[in-house]
Design a protein around this ligand. Structure first.
Ligand SMILES: [Zn+2]
Length: 354
């Protein structure tokens, strides 16, 4: 194989996708109308600045964008790219608007996928999803119905495994807006946003502030305002990566699998799906959604295994599942009392007992 890293997409880089909301024909909220720049412009400026800061300051992290200029990728298109590129974290950047002419609401909000009965939150999701009406191919959205309990339940189940991480980052972001940018935070909120529902990784949607609020609009249009919001987002991402141990080597063996029942043979089969010099957290989002991942350090390499069973036919099934998920070079490995043995030896031991 030559390459010490296999079974993984291309490298061990942590991939962050930044999604500047709207673009092109979809300008987002125009705000008070006092500025030429609308939501799409501010979202793009902050997104690009955040991406640049990450590239400059964080090693082992790759940044990709859904758009890097004034074009309009469809909501569906944004999620497809994110899922295809094996993105580890998805951040959608937006600005808020208060319906009506009051212009009194201000402050930041960060959303993760979830349900809400709060009227204001519902308004935000309605506005951010409404662009679907402008899209040509509405067919792809026919199963997306935030008003149907069945549809919502399905969306929630698909995202469930990522939600803890999404909330973690969302909290860091809202904290940072208060600490670093000294802004008013309206908190971490939940609602059904298309881009959060269909990205299979931790994902958040950030509302930097209200462009319908004069002072906040001035702030978000200013160089200083954009720089402070960018720095806040960067600090939050950095905290999140630290929390995940990304970019730091750790010798701690993390085992999420319940210990297998000891059988008379003490033989255990696992499917080796990947090996690398980097210690990844054994979480599903790092392994294409696979659960029950264990990690063992052998020499300078960390080896990652999927599943654990004393039954050979079960492990062959797991191997097939892993290959289907894209780990095409997966293979079965045997252990006796926790020590690696050859497959031959394992199968011989089993046949003797039976
Ligand atoms: Zn928006």
């Amino acid at each position: 194989m030559g390459n010490p890293i296999y079974g993984q997409s291309s490298s061990n880089e942590f991939v962050i996708m930044i999604d500047p909301g709207h673009g092109g024909k979809d300008s987002g909220t125009p705000g008070t109308g006092r500025y030429k720049a609308t939501e799409k412009d501010i979202a793009l400026d902050v997104s690009l600045a955040l991406g640049n800061m990450i590239k400059q300051k964080l090693s082992n992290v790759k940044v990709v964008y859904t758009r890097s200029n004034d074009v309009y990728p469809t909501l569906n298109g944004r999620t497809i790219v994110a899922n295809k590129k094996d993105v580890d974290l998805f951040i959608s950047v937006h600005c808020n608007a208060q319906p009506g002419k009051k212009g009194t609401a201000y402050g930041s909000e960060t959303y993760v996928l979830g349900t809400t009965k709060n009227k204001q939150n519902l308004e935000v999701a309605k506005r951010e999803n409404s662009v679907i009406a402008l899209e040509d191919n509405k067919e792809v959205y026919k199963n997306f119905n935030p008003n149907s309990p069945e549809s919502v339940l399905g969306l929630m189940i698909a995202q469930e495994q990522y939600l803890d991480h999404s909330i973690k980052l969302a909290r860091y972001i809202e904290d940072e807006f208060q600490i670093t940018a000294k802004r008013r935070s309206r908190g971490v909120k939940q609602n059904i946003f298309y881009v959060l529902a269909y990205t299979y990784m931790p994902s958040v949607l950030v509302e930097l502030g209200f462009l319908t609020h004069k002072k906040e609009e001035d702030f978000l249009n200013s160089k200083r305002g954009k720089a402070l919001m960018t720095k806040s987002l960067f600090n939050a991402v950095e905290k999140y990566l630290k929390y995940l141990n990304v970019g730091t080597e750790t010798e701690v063996f993390i085992d999420n699998t319940p210990k297998p029942k000891t059988t008379s043979s003490d033989i255990e089969f696992k499917v080796q799906i990947a090996a690398s010099s980097k210690a990844l957290e054994t979480k599903p989002y790092n392994f294409k959604g696979l659960n029950n991942i264990t990690r063992i350090k052998e020499g300078s390499l960390y080896k990652y295994f999927y599943g654990s069973t004393s039954d050979y036919s079960t492990t062959k099934q797991l191997e097939a599942d892993a290959r289907k998920q894209g780990y095409t070079s997966s293979f079965v490995v045997a252990f006796k009392n926790g020590k690696k043995i050859t497959l031959e030896e394992a199968l011989k031991t089993i046949s003797k007992i039976n």
